[in-house]
Design a protein around this ligand. Sequence first.
Ligand code: ADQ
Length: 459
Amino acid sequence: MGRLIAISNRTAADPGARAGGLAVAVWESLKSTGGVWFGWSGDLVGQPSRSVRVLKDDGVEFVLTDLSHEEHDQYYLQYANSVLWPVFHYRVDLAAFDSDAFQVYAAVNQRIANLVAERLQEGDSVWVHDYHFLLMGDSLRRAGWDGSIGFFLHIPFPPPEVFRALPEHQWIARAMCGFSVIGFQSQQDRSNFTRYLIEDCKGKDLGDGVFEAFNTTIKIEAYPIGIDAKSFEEAATTQKAAKASERIGRFLGGRNLVIGVDRMDYSKGLPERFEAVGRLFDDYPETHGSVSVTQIAPPSRSKVDEYRELRQTLDRLAGRINGDYGDLDWIPLRYLARSYEREELAGLFRIARVGLVTPLRDGMNLVCKEFVMAQDEADPGVLILSEFAGAAEQLKAAVLVNPHDTRKMAEAINHALTMPLDERKQRWEALRDVVTKQDIAWWRKKFLKDLESLQVDQG
Ligand code: ADQ
């Protein structure tokens, strides 16, 4: 097999950034084959730059480019994060459509494609990641690369009716057909995209996951991303994990912990979750004084304004709940706007009776898989999962909820809190099986196998 070439907006050049899903998955893949990882350096400069910085670590070469201030603003903050992110999460109402920003988005895709194409060798497999680079297949073709190119979308793909709201939808779909393999998180996302291809692009289903559109064939599959299950399981029994459990244990004073851990983003359904917690205390008085809900959600720097509004809503909701129900020795709902280390989170998950993962829409969601792996098998907690997270297709043994239905969510939390040990064990064993079998290595192999088999076909 040739070299693996990864392209993603942020890379794991900074070892501290190797904790998230994408970074771990790509890092492991590149280490095992020895490859090159292209992406943004994280630095900003005056003008679009032609130069790159090359770093080497553990056999992996990082080729990093700076973004100009305009590129950062238009490509990254505007088009990727304020247009594609909301529309792909079904939130057309929040999108700040902007055709100038799209031009810069296309130009950055092409600039980076040119940088990559200059360094490609015959036999290389190219693996492009996420919504920052939807046009990269076409851009690489324009730059002269005719080998195979895989693409994996980490966020949802919306139904055609929503995708069509993007003024550039046809351009984007046509460019995506420059990829040889397109991977989605779920069957739902895959079928949204293939339906668009058939309805709007005269696409044809050739069977076996292969589609024809724009005079080319593309393999289109769902590859649900996993976590490094074994290592998360181990993280939950480290000293750091035990210390975190002990610290929160002091605050809990024997009460049941219900935990939520998210990046602060409107897609995560935090106000709806807080409403459901309010309903829990309204409708189930027996929970007063016996349950503590802790929500961890650190602010994200690139979304300052949006964060401010969300934060105000959460503060108002938590204030109402704590004012109505709190007591001298009981805070019903705590909201911590900071982040914790992986081992600490694992320790908190382990001591929790209920994990609340209720996004309004999520590509996959890795937190729910981490919650599962952190549990104590003798006394496992219960996972409450939104039916709108990609993970719901795999984690059917969770308590599945509609995150918009706050009354039902309150009922589900109460059900989870009172669930007998036998049922908790049964559900957890089924969940652990899936998360362990379909882990990060399984995902990577499944995707790369399809990408490589195309290369053999073409060769
Ligand atoms: P994210 O939207 O970032 O990822 P998610 O998959 O839930 O969402 O989390 C990624 C990682 O961040 C997890 O390892 C989690 O532990 C960590 N994390 C989240 N909140 C944290 C907190 N408060 N403190 C510390 N760590 C925290 C995108 C898509 C997802 C998709 C992933 C991977 O939006 O749908 O699952 O990519 O493809």
